[in-house]
Ligand binder design. Structure first.
Ligand code: NZQ
Ligand code: ZN
Length: 395
């Protein structure tokens, strides 16, 4: 087990009717004038927006609204948010939505706290100073990205060509508080529910592999989460209003990406680094859909470097019988079972299902590898050649 620091201070207020607590809770964090930040309008259709406003007004808070965050949130819109907050003297940002809205809010907060363009941090891998924090809260409507408790903030720079999607990783971007009512996810479409299930699984699986030494407790926690998500995922797809299933997915979204399932493990996230350039260049591709295609292909490509770990997950998560003489067969069957599960919940498993043709690959590979000058850290470094191989396994 590697040395680690575990600090995940976001306060979580979870369950039915918790919207009533929003106003008083954020007032406790010093909020007086709030930016309510949201996406393309689902929160207005569902009535959640009105509940949030009522709660703020009951606590005596004033607000300004900025809707219109697109999936894969864009830097130009974040700039707009920063200017609006300055003009309106906003002292608290409340994200009402999924990961894109949370990330847009977090990036606006970075701009306000530092006085710098948030892209400066995303593009260089540098962090704001520890005291450069702007208060952000999240009213979550989609169980997926885990941004409501994570130290990541993924944004797309649409002011350059080609667009680049990159994350800020910093303790300063963890939200102060997350309000999570599973009922607010009942209206999420089957496709977005599937994307969420995949993303939640991936945040834990990316941490599960690439470790060194014994990390049994962390791995058992990871497997428990994955099993619960596997089962709840099936139920939520079949019955979108199943409260318990939605609650499991919602809580798993946070726990999968707040570092709990990675304690003592390194954090490389190679498949996320393969996916982000895809959804940067092809804005219509959802993050979770890109992952469901790439992860099994990556697993096939690297499983020979850690066969027993892949076989272990195949056995414990997918119920594949362990073949001690030929663990590579167990590992392979596990990857097959993963693909079957993704298919079952309606997710794509091939590049062509994403709408990508072989002639699209080179642009993505060039963006991923900075024109061949950078490699992704994995069991072996992934450069242009290796990425081409992985794409082939996903055809
Ligand atoms: O915009 P609205 O109208 O709200 O519709 C959204 C959007 O079209 C819809 N939706 C959300 N809640 C709904 C709903 N529709 C009906 N009912 C509801 N209750 O779902 C669509 C997708 O929303 P989005 O926020 O884009 O999805 P998700 O939560 O999956 O977030 C994806 C973004 O998060 C990033 C991804 O790369 C992507 O940009 N990630 C952020 C991470 C982080 N900050 O820690 C980690 C992840 O690995 C990921 O990279
Ligand atoms: Zn993700």
């Amino acid at each position: 087990m590697n040395n680690f620091t575990f600090c995940t201070p976001t306060k979580v207020i979870f369950g039915k009717d918790i919207e009533k607590q929003i106003g008083e809770t954020i007032k406790g964090y010093g909020a007086s004038r709030v930016l309510i930040h949201y996406g393309g309008g689902s929160v207005k259709k569902t009535g959640l927006f009105d509940k949030v406003v009522n709660s703020l007004e009951s606590a005596g808070l004033t607000y300004v609204e900025l809707g219109g965050v697109e999936p894969n949130p864009k830097l130009s819109f974040i700039h707009k948010g920063i200017e609006l907050c300055k003009k309106e003297n906003i002292d608290f940002i409340l994200a009402v939505g999924g990961g894109s809205v949370a990330d847009s809010s977090k990036a606006i907060g970075v701009g306000l706290a530092t006085g710098n363009d948030p892209w400066q941090y995303a593009s260089t891998g540098t962090c704001p100073e520890p005291n450069e924090v702007f208060p952000v809260g999240v009213v979550l409507t989609l169980a997926a990205a885990g941004s409501e408790m994570s130290n990541s903030d993924v944004i797309t720079n649409d002011t350059i060509t080609p667009w680049v999607k990159q994350g800020i990783t910093s303790e300063t971007v963890r939200p102060l508080v997350a309000f999570m009512n599973p009922e607010n996810t009942f209206t999420v479409s089957k496709f977005q529910t599937g994307c969420g299930i995949v993303d939640i699984m991936m945040h834990t699986m990316e941490r599960y592999f690439l470790g060194v030494g014994d990390c049994d407790l962390t791995e058992r926690l990871a497997e428990g989460l994955l099993i619960a998500v596997r089962d709840a995922g099936r139920v939520a797809i079949a019955n979108p209003e199943d409260y318990e299933a939605r609650a499991t997915l919602m809580w798993a979204s946070s726990l999968s990406h707040n570092d709990l399932t990675g304690c003592g493990k390194p954090r490389y996230f190679p498949v996320h680094k393969l996916e982000h350039p895809i959804s940067a260049l092809h804005d219509n591709i959802s993050h979770g859909a890109g992952l469901s295609v790439l992860f099994p292909a990556w697993a096939e490509f690297v499983m020979k470097y850690d066969t027993m770990k892949f076989a272990q997950l195949a056995n414990r998560l997918w119920g594949v019988e362990m073949n001690f003489d030929h663990p590579e067969k167990t590992a392979k069957d596990g990857i097959k079972a993963m693909r079957a599960y993704f298919k079952e919940i309606g997710m794509p498993i091939t590049m062509s299902e994403l709408g990508l043709k072989p002639e699209d690959y080179e642009d993505i590979i060039n963006l991923t590898t900075k024109n061949g000058t950078a490699k992704i850290k994995s069991y072996i470094d992934l450069g242009k050649e290796e990425i081409r191989e992985i794409y082939k396994l996903a055809e």
